[in-house]
Design a protein around this ligand. Sequence first.
Ligand code: FDA
Length: 389
Amino acid sequence: MEYNTVILGAGAAGLMCAAQAGPRTLLIDHAPAPGEKIRISGGGRCNFTNLHAGPENYLSQNPHFCKSALARYTQWDFIALVERHGIAWHEKTLGQLFCDGKATQIVAMLRAEMEQAGAELWLSTALVDLSKTDSGFSLTFERDGRRVPVSCRNLVLATGGKSIPKMGATGLAYDIARQFDLALCETRPGLVPFTFAEGRFAPLAGVALPVRLSNARASFDEALLFTHRGLSGPAVLQLSSYWREGEEIAVNLIPDMALFETLRAQRQEAGRRALSTDLARHLPARLVEHLAPDLGLSGNLADQSDTALKALCARLSDWRLTPSGSEGYRTAEVTLGGIDTDALSSKTMEAKTVPGLFAIGEAVDVTGWLGGYNFQWAWASGHAAGTAI
Ligand code: FDA
């Protein structure tokens, strides 16, 4: 069978690409349903883009690469598409846009767009062989227990990253990139919780508070959540993408508080109140209890000198921790690294050395922050390749 374009992977980027690439396009996926990550994203409501999406919200060895695609298919373009399909949406926080209803509305919308463009979708289909021909590519698929030969002029790699193998993530795009000598950037799990040895924070599981979480590369003001296995919450997921094994992180537990001034004032007004009791008015009580031995919290407010209060605030604003690891690809929302952007045209996503071969979405070394940025990259890069084909 002959097609103009074959797209491997019917996820976010592949569906968007198929909707642009039009007739004589075949989209395949080994899963029985398309867009499974869209379906489960955003707690089932899909955080489909971010009002503030821009190149500065993405990690890549070449931070300029994503600019062209993001500028040519913006969050406003996707919002317009969502509205054309009558999908109601709302901003939750920090520019994050979610469906009012279900994430499956986004999958249905992309499927409808793709079908309207005349593209074909084969599910439960596996690639068993791929080679280059003079005019394009020759592929063999396994479908319904039969081998199906397919030839095409353009081949698009849209099989995503390694995150959540249980959901069908594979390294197929990387394997094909290697087959065609495209360079790869080392991959690591991103947007992933930190783990700590011996259930260090298990007694605090469920405690959440706003923090500033930093390392030498980045800083995020968002919520932190203690879990049985370590630390999670938006601040942790964001910083995890900038973290390397063995590195220390700094937690500012009082990012928006003038705590020193407050404690001094309290010392005047309620000097007989225990220091730990007063602190628990500003921080979760279980956290104060946990930190008390380490911080040497004892005595009343009246017993504390200015120097002691200053030292306490300094400790609370710079709590140093070294995670023992992360939860890894098992729960990571994204994969950092992937196909080296140097190998691709930033305008079309086509490989510079292999005409007709394209790579889009998470398989490429472009990774967004938490908050709808990764889908925006999938839409933008899928659109760039689909319109270039
Ligand atoms: P995607 O993973 O979407 O699609 C790849 C497709 O290729 C899949 O359908 C897969 O089955 C298929 N495939 C893989 N290997 C194959 C093979 N060997 N043969 C055939 N097919 C194969 N982002 C965001 O912006 N907002 C959000 O709310 C969320 N929420 C979220 C929740 C969870 C739990 C996860 C894991 C991730 C998110 N993300 C997110 C990230 C977002 O889902 C992700 O960045 C995009 O789906 C990437 O789109 P792609 O199309 O590149 O890959």
